[in-house]
Design a binder for this molecule. Structure first.
Ligand code: SAH
Ligand code: SF4
Ligand code: F3S
Length: 440
């Protein structure tokens, strides 16, 4: 038998891309490919790309440039571009980088094995459809055994919200939810492979409305059903839109034993004028009220967010409203970005904020977030939390895992294995992680 062909996948962007990369590796695995850690010895290089900001999209081209030498040394090397840049730019990618053999969008990667046949014949393959069929139903069953105790599970894709800055509704298409039974089946399969924690994914995961036996289910109902899956210990979900946080989902945070005390709830801005122009359809006040209700249900919940600074027409005053909102919330984690103009989105046409000014605002915002993050982390010292251990740490005998609140926690002790969920008392707080001791 000939050696298996080697596949190197590089993933950019959000967790949904991480999930898609795993599924693409599985689809190509059924076609005889095994994954390799380095592009140097690969027979196929696949970049799973992100289009969210200009820098993210441009990275693809600089990365492709690096593979020129490899392709020159090995003309049989195949190069593919998948993900949101593939969807947004399609053929343009092959025009800019003629060495690209294959371009596949996020909704058609179940067709990869077919496309590879075309590529093997020396032709180019391109597929950026939004097909009728459900790609998940055409992908191979997820193989045993799993490498990690944690896994992502995409339950919802696409977005109908059309925030004025965002490409997702164009690259991922309309909002679609996967049916309940298939999600539960995939979750049980993952648990059989040793998975203890599942993070449900969707661009708008809390807008989930998948078909169940008795009509559409909400995300809260899906979470309660997963709560009953034996062997599954932890449930998380991301990313949520403030407008889709319904009462049942808020209540679940207080009542559902396996649902972890962490919520990523992007707000983008604290100025109502900007929020309106962003087409976010919530206000700063409605967001703050929502946070209060969530904290009433689950007082120790860690709140995480996303922010954009320098959105068109953002004034100093608008930015100060954002800073006030941050002070009011006390974030345990946040991702913040300078606004990036995305061609084809409504905001691209508007008056842009001076770049240096936007950088200065971002700097101030990030300093405030870091301060809050540290405070939230430091407040964990002395507390008892659950930690799901994932890998060895740098020190001898040390293991690293994630706490209930998604903090990285280091523990040095004998007898901790990957996949163990243990009670830990937090003893110290470093710049990016916590340290603790096992509770006997
Ligand atoms: N569906 C998610 C987020 C998708 S994109 C949500 O609605 O929250 C992840 C984050 O990237 C967004 O929350 C936003 O903060 C940021 N983002 C999206 N488009 C952007 C742009 N054009 N410039 C800068 N940041 C952007
Ligand atoms: Fe983009 Fe807004 Fe949809 Fe999030 S809700 S994916 S930011 S359009
Ligand atoms: Fe990027 Fe596409 Fe995710 S644009 S953030 S990879 S949905």
């Amino acid at each position: 038998m000939s050696d298996p062909k080697k596949l190197f996948i590089r993933t950019y962007g959000c967790q949904m891309n991480v999930y898609d990369s795993e599924r693409m590796a599985e689809a190509l695995g059924a076609d005889g490919y095994v994954e390799t850690d380095s592009p140097d010895d690969a027979d196929m290089i696949l970049l799973n790309t992100c289009h969210i900001r200009e820098k993210a999209a441009e990275k693809v081209y600089s990365e492709l440039g690096r593979y020129k030498g490899l392709k020159a040394d090995n003309p049989d090397l195949k190069i593919g571009v998948a993900g949101c840049v593939a969807q947004a730019e399609g053929e343009e990618i092959m025009r800019r980088q003629p060495m690209v053999d294959l371009v596949v969008g996020p909704q058609t990667y179940h067709r990869l094995p077919e496309m590879m046949k075309t590529v093997a014949e020396g032709q180019k393959a391109l597929d950026t459809d939004f097909p009728e069929e459900d790609k998940f139903e055409h992908l191979p069953k997820r193989p045993l055994p799993n490498r990690n105790p944690t896994a992502f599970l995409t339950v919802q894709e696409g977005c109908d919200k059309f925030c004025a800055f965002c490409v997702v509704p164009y690259t991922r298409g309309a909002e679609v939810s996967r049916p309940v039974d298939r999600i539960l089946r995939e979750a049980r399969d993952l648990v059989e492979r040793g998975v203890k924690e599942i993070t449900l994914l969707g661009q708008n995961v809390n807008a989930y409305h998948g078909a169940g036996a008795d009509g559409d289910w909400t995300l809260a109902r899906l979470i309660w059903a997963l709560n009953d899956v034996d062997g599954l210990e932890r449930i998380r979900f991301t990313t949520s839109h403030p407008n889709d946080m319904d009462d049942a989902l808020i209540a679940a945070h207080g009542e559902c034993e396996k649902l972890m005390p962490y919520l990523h709830l992007p707000v983008q801005s604290g100025s109502d004028k900007i929020l309106k122009r962003m087409n976010r359809s919530h206000t700063a006040e409605s967001y703050l009220k929502l946070i209060d209700r969530i904290r009433e249900a689950r007082p120790d919940i860690l709140i995480s967010g996303d922010f954009i600074v320098g959105f068109p027409e953002e004034t100093d005053q608008d930015f100060e409203y954002t800073m006030s909102l941050i002070r009011a919330v006390q974030y345990g984690q946040a991702f913040s970005f300078k606004y990036s103009t995305r061609p084809g989105t409504p905001a691209a046409e508007r008056a842009q904020v001076d770049d240096a000014l936007a950088s200065e605002r971002l700097y101030r915002l990030q300093a405030l977030i870091t301060e809050q993050q540290r405070a939230v982390q430091n407040a964990m010292v002395g507390q008892e939390v659950g930690v799901l251990f994932e890998k060895p740490g740098r020190l001898d005998g040390q293991m690293v895992g994630k706490s209930d609140h998604l903090h990285a926690v280091h523990v040095t002790a004998e007898g901790i294995a990957k996949g163990d969920l243990r009670r830990v008392r937090i003893t110290d707080s470093g710049p990016n992680s916590l340290g603790g001791v096992l509770i006997p």
